[in-house]
Ligand binder design. Structure first.
Ligand code: SF4
Ligand code: SF4
Length: 429
């Protein structure tokens, strides 16, 4: 490892005894190495889960400095959590990495430290739908004039702009506060519309509401919900993330009683299910956050539970499914989306090789680590190509944007759909 060994009185990571023990749960067996996308790229131990955990331990013991070399290997982690699924010792890798990033970011050593522009974009634009809509106006105009390809020549904008699929008309952003259940009402559920989701995939939010309503749910959609904080947690900005999370909890509390709070973005869902822990030390909101977290359900999870309406319209497509990391590894939701897709008549379902291998999206990872992100994406696109399908279905906005970018880059003739849009297409009304 390229880290200088030192002994420090104030280590870069401050862990309480219980958290330090989580680090010590790693028995260095290496089972996680074969599932780690960054280790697969470099073959370097320091780009593996085991290597990163060891770095965290050395940082916590004050035996190394968080120098550029150490930070680079920590930054390269996608936080896909595939290593957690593979780990026989139950190491809480995602929790530890999030904590490490948050403490390092407080010292100005987070993943966005080298770019003021990225920090600004991730902290002050992406979590706020109105600001994002304004920032995307040039792209919206360029897309409507079919000259959006020109934006590829703008150095910074190119990667971000090329990830954005055709933007739905702004009218899709205005959802009613209540979507009544069709036929008998089985549940009353809240729908989380998200930050980037509510601009880039606003039509998908409508589709989700329509599928839920057709499945017997009254859907409550609080306006101006904002962001769940997930994208900020990913880059270690804990304090700002918690402010957004707090607002979200209080917003939904005003609409109780709700049987569930449904989310169509896997990354957001994984974060929201963890709000109980996030606010455990804040007595004024701890109980509310815990109740909120207990109600969070991914869209696939809830629709699978309540059941799709019948009959469904046949869709004569060859379809495959990509597992978002934060759904498969973060929430252990794998069977539900596949079950739902298979229920649509006419569908020929094709298994995607390495379906739960990350696509390289990883929150803001594609902006911060474009080379690694592209390399991970190339593997995903090659697997999609091998299936020969007409349609790829997934269940997370970041995967949609990343795979969209990959499909365009590799000129694949494949349609990409969020599962809510896919199921909406099978509704008969
Ligand atoms: S699989 Fe778990 S215990 Fe084994 S090296 Fe990886 S993190 Fe450590
Ligand atoms: S979270 Fe993903 S990228 Fe990070 S160490 Fe684990 S498997 Fe590798």
């Amino acid at each position: 490892m390229a880290a200088t060994m030192v002994t420090k009185e104030r280590p870069a990571l401050t862990l309480d005894n219980e958290t330090f023990e989580f680090l010590m749960d790693c028995v260095h067996c290496g089972f996680c190495l074969t599932v780690c996308p960054t280790f697969a790229l470099t073959g370097d131990e320091t780009d593996s889960p085991r290597g990163r955990l060891y770095y965290m331990r050395l940082l916590a013991e004050g035996r190394i400095d968080p120098n550029e070399s150490v930070l680079t290997h920590l930054d390269r982690c996608l936080e896909c959590r595939a290593c957690e699924t593979a780990c026989p010792s139950g190491v809480r890798y995602g929790f530890l990495m999030e904590l490490a990033r948050s403490q390092l970011a407080e010292q100005g050593k987070g993943p966005t430290r080298k770019s003021v522009l990225h920090t600004f974009l991730i902290k002050h634009i992406l979590p706020y739908p109105k600001r994002l809509e304004m920032a995307l106006l040039p792209l919206r105009i360029a897309q409507s004039l079919k000259i959006d390809g020109l934006l590829d020549s703008v150095p910074f904008l190119s990667r971000a702009a090329r990830m954005i699929p055709p933007l739905p008309s702004r009218s899709w952003q205005h959802l009613p506060e209540i979507f009544p259940a069709k036929n008998e009402r089985k549940l009353r559920v809240g729908l989380m519309t998200g930050c980037v989701n509510s601009v880039v995939l606003s039509k998908t939010n409508w589709a989700a509401a329509e599928v839920l309503a057709a499945s017997g749910c009254e859907v409550v959609i609080p306006p101006n919900q904002g962001c769940c904080g997930s994208i900020l947690l990913h880059i270690g900005h804990h304090k700002e993330a918690k402010e957004l999370a707090r607002k979200l909890v209080l917003t939904f509390a005003r609409y109780e009683p709700l049987d569930a709070i449904v989310v169509t973005a896997a990354g957001c869902g994984a974060t929201m299910k963890d709000y109980g822990h996030l606010f455990a030390d804040e007595p004024d909101i701890a109980e509310l956050a815990k109740k909120f977290a207990a109600k969070v359900k991914d869209f696939c999870e809830l629709v699978d539970e309540v059941g799709l309406p019948s009959p469904l319209k046949p869709l004569n497509w060859r379809v495959t499914y990509h597992d978002p990391c934060h759904l498969a590894h973060g929430q252990n939701i794998r069977e539900q989306p596949r079950r739902l897709i298979r229920q649509v008549p006419g569908v020929e379902f094709v298994d995607l090789p390495e379906a739960d291998w990350c696509c390289g999206g990883g929150g803001a990872y594609s902006l911060l680590q474009p080379e690694f992100s592209d390399a991970v994406l190339d593997r995903k696109i090659a697997n999609i190509k091998a299936t020969g399908v007409d349609v790829v279905v997934t269940a997370n906005i970041v995967c949609i944007m990343q795979i969209w970018y990959g499909i365009k880059k590799h000129k694949l003739n494949v349609r990409l759909m969020h599962i809510a849009d896919f199921l909406r297409a099978a509704l008969t009304h």
